[in-house]
Design a protein around this ligand. Sequence first.
Ligand code: ZN
Length: 122
Amino acid sequence: MPSAGRGPGAARVLGRALRLRCPRCGATPLFPRRFSMARRCALCGLRFERAPGYFVGAIYINYAVTVGLAVGGYLLLWSLTGLSTAAQLALWVPVVALFPLWFFRYSRSLWLAVELLVNPEP
Ligand SMILES: [Zn+2]
């Protein structure tokens, strides 16, 4: 639970997000089942989806991390190994297709954590 007057610090909130736990208290999982998100925290009551369309921001996080991974990976491999563009595409297209599916839960969790830090729920 947050201390009186101040919530948990940014590092703690983001750490909880990376563990897919409630960003405010850290006690409950955001995803009790694999891809099904809980509506609110059973302990502290934090609503996870604050409004319809709330998780559009999570799509931006997912997109940014995916692009950063693919472009960064492409440039790193290009500079270290000189792989051809065709070989790079054969490697990175499946990554770009599958990584967002794996990262889906983390992008939602990170979005919720960032939003909690910027705009704490009363
Ligand atoms: Zn909680």
